[in-house]
Ligand binder design. Sequence first.
Ligand code: A2P
Length: 275
Amino acid sequence: MDDHHPDLILRGAPAGYAAPAGCHALTVTEVHHYTDRLFRFRVTRPASFRFRSGEFVMIGLPNAERPVMRAYSIASPAWDDTLEFYSIKVPDGPLTQHLQQIRAGDTVLMRQKATGTLVLDALKPGKRLWMLSTGTGIAPFASLIRDPDTYDRFEQVILMHGCREVAELAYGAEITHATRHDPLVGELAHDRLRLLSSATREDYPVRKRVTDLITSGDIYSMLDVPPISAQDDRVMICGSIAMLGDCKAICLTRGLEEGANNRPAEFVVEKAFVT
Ligand code: A2P
């Protein structure tokens, strides 16, 4: 059954438009396309909306009576007055085939509650925080690296981002640069945030998968840090199902335990939601 209206996107902010129950109707303020598969966008933030850096929300378009909603990690930090999202574009994806067409001024729907396990509260204190990501799995870390709390809790923050192609690494480089020069967290992050990007299917200085960089030990010599241990290291993982499985196995082999909101431990996992 196709319940789409012919007008797939609400251009501008039509007077009198009411969001479905439980949803905020937000205005797009900025859209930036990186490749034919990746883009980011910003929307206005409702004054009442609270979330913890690293959490996700359900996003949709006002293009149907029962809009298709998909989980999106919030890529902006909890203190920011707008909300940022980083998205894949899937040609026949129920949501992203339309979402990729949004422009500034359009309307996006967001359910009112944020949730998720990639939060600082789900980890025990430690020295180093590893953020392991592939593809759009970097989104929750774009939020966390810009949160001063991250640097209050950890001496070092290591963001690893693996993609197939070099152009797909641009967002990670951009947010890392912005964080190091941010008036609020720049000073904290400048020497303590490290980014390690790898492109596995193109010519690039680092061509190994994030998992292979860890199991081979290459990453420790590249960053001059000791091997991951349950005593000092905490790990957050976000990527494809296969990537999550492999990263989780690495953590378990090293004696780290999986944490949750109500039971903080040494590592946490979240699927990068794709559609
Ligand atoms: P590779 O090119 O060797 O498959 P994808 O778009 O398939 O999610 O891949 C994004 C990045 O994640 C690619 O660099 C890919 O490497 C890598 N990747 C795919 N599967 C895994 C996995 N199980 N563990 C770690 N990295 C992975």
